[in-house]
Design a protein around this ligand. Structure first.
Ligand code: TXA
Ligand code: MG
Length: 354
């Protein structure tokens, strides 16, 4: 299949281009589009045949459900069997934005979208191209991240092309994604709000808006404690994920200890092709090291984890391109957006750390 590629102005999407993309969705095809978090791979969320193509193109297990993307709260409510007041409070504060809500599903939602679960994931994104596409399509758009299953989520249109070129009808290029990690997923389907996936909206912000404690399952930072796909409410979190081809090793400790550990690792494994993903605080120590790292990146300040979130997936992909066998990544405090960074790192690293 030939994959068309259209460049769209993210601040003022051209309605002719959007209409072309919406036509692909209406015809049951696949369109990759930017959101403020990462690029999504979209299909008509009410058309099971179209949704099935998403699983095929990504090589995604059918047991892993999809998020439905909407362009208004009215459209969101139609997908849920009930809409608690907590959803209103969160919508008022964060939507449109990088927050996905899990709610009991209404009967319009196809089984394939929820992988047979009783709940549905609903997201009202902030990106103008995404919103225009959903509106012009006239349906909720089912969209996982637009990467091959198991690979890091795409934060640039080139990442989508690398993974899905030749497998989908169209890519809308709206430039780099702003947040860089996927949306926060919060379940409101049970008695207490549960943070299933940390992201751009932080636990602290959610609690402030809800005036209630948000439960963070232990598996957010300890994926190895996964109770197994069948027993958990957010299946995707227990598939291996976000991982580059190279082995990821987390470098823990305070900034000074991290530099020492990296230097020791390099000394001990001198023949190995190593990528180093450093905080801005430590980056100069490596740059001036004259070591044989095949790739070295400044991910951003450890004090501003949103900078690190923004660069992490892209840096993973660049390490692979550089042929790294091992990627040493410095960890940050699991607070604010740092929790999302650490969640992705723990899962990519499979708990390997030094
Ligand atoms: O930022 C994002 O959320 C991006 C953009 C494209 O919107 N989308 C995204 O989708 O990250 P995906 O499919 O890569 O991750 C969605 C996660 C998966 O772990 C999936 O298991 C979970 O959401 N999920 C989807 N529907 C669910 C449901 N009904 N109940 C529990 N978890 C669900
Ligand atoms: Mg994904």
């Amino acid at each position: 299949m030939k994959t068309n590629y259209l460049r769209v102005d993210p601040s003022c999407p051209d309605h002719v281009l959007i209409a072309e993309a919406a036509e692909v969705i209406k015809q049951g095809g696949l369109v990759a589009f930017p959101t403020e978090t990462v690029y999504g791979l979209g299909a008509d969320g009410l058309n099971s045949e179209a949704v099935n193509k998403i699983f095929q193109a990504k090589g995604r297990p059918l047991a892993n459900p999809l998020i439905l993307h909407v362009a208004s709260l009215v459209q969101a409510r139609a997908l849920a069997a009930s809409w608690p007041s907590a959803a209103d409070a969160l919508a008022k504060r964060f939507l449109p934005g990088p927050l996905t809500l899990i709610l009991p599903r209404s009967e319009v939602v196809p089984d394939l979208v929820t992988a047979g679960l009783p709940n549905v994931a609903i997201r009202y994104p902030a990106n103008k191209i995404a919103l225009a596409l959903i509106k012009a399509s006239g349906v909720p758009i089912a969209a996982p991240s637009a990467n091959l299953s198991g690979r890091p989520s795409p934060t640039l249109p080139e990442h989508v092309l690398d993974d899905l070129g030749g497998k989908i009808e169209l890519i809308l290029d709206g430039g780099p994604a702003e947040v860089g990690v996927e949306s926060t997923i919060l379940s409101l389907a049970g008695d207490n709000p549960v943070l299933l996936r940390p992201g751009g909206v932080t636990k602290e912000e959610l609690e402030e808006a809800l005036k209630e404690e948000v439960i963070v399952p232990g598996t957010v930072l300890h994926p190895e404690k996964s109770p197994g796909v069948e027993a958990v409410p957010c299946p995707g979190l227990y598939f291996k994920h976000y991982a580059p081809q190279a082995q990821v090793i987390m470098v823990t400790g305070d900034p000074r200890e991290q530099v020492t550990k990296v230097k020791e690792y390099l000394a001990r494994h001198s023949g190995r092709r190593v990528g180093i993903l450093a905080t801005s605080e430590n980056y100069p120590s490596y740059r001036d090291l004259g070591v044989s790292a095949v790739y070295l990146a400044d991910l951003g300040s450890g004090c501003h984890p949103e900078e690190i979130a923004n660069h992490l997936f892209s840096a993973f992909r660049e390490c692979d391109v550089a042929g790294a066998e091992v990627i040493l990544v410095e960890t940050v405090a699991p607070e604010g957006v740092g929790l999302a960074v650490m969640n992705r790192l723990c899962r990519a690293a499979d708990q390997h750390e030094i």
